[in-house]
Design a protein around this ligand. Sequence first.
Ligand code: CTP
Ligand code: CA
Length: 224
Amino acid sequence: PEAKVMQGPLAERHVIVTSGPTHEPIDPVRYIANRSSGAQGAAIAAALRDLGARVSFVTGPATVPPPDGVEVIRVETAREMRDAVDAALPADAAVMAAAVADWRVTNAAQKKMKKDASGKPPALEMTENPDILAWISGLKKRRPGLVVGFAAETNDVIENATAKRLRKGCDWIVANDVSPETGIMGGAENAVTVIREDGAEDWPRMGKEAVARRLAEAIAGAIG
Ligand code: CTP
Ligand code: CA
């Protein structure tokens, strides 16, 4: 059988998408994680695929299944995610939609931790995880031509996200307000502001698939 030839503005382009939460073990039965269904990341991967891109979809343990027609690389922890992204390079663009746990337990127990008679909970020592977005943005030779990050904020959204774009060194930040009164967190819709070097653009509230299509089209406009 012939190899499938992808057509569209992103044909022959390779895009890495991270998605879902990461799980950081405490012991063999417990972990620390972020809230993330993986819905927005999966929709972005599908939209990029629909424009003809070859997509490496690096996903933590999400509740939403990965789309068809993309290369799925399943990981658990932030460090595994970083290594999987590294192995997937080079790429024309990278979209970091994962909700990466900021910290991991320094020495995860190899055996299940047991309650003891004193009733005292364990003290967990934590270490910061690698920042995958900052790392890929700072690559010299292998940096993708376009790096897109996300910023889920509960307050001062534009201010925080603008600072985050500069701190991380990425090209675009897709910012959203996830404060409880918006009802965005865990829902089917999203209302984002896309922050670039030349300013911020508010997109109206729409379904996550529609956000994904619009973002994929913007990416095609930048690298297609
Ligand atoms: N990100 C990442 N690796 C990390 C943490 C975050 O790649 N270890 C990426 C996310 O996928 C997202 C962007 O960085 O695209 C912003 O994540 P966010 O949690 O908002 O940023 P932080 O720098 O962790 O800041 P905060 O203290 O607000 O959590
Ligand atoms: Ca974070």
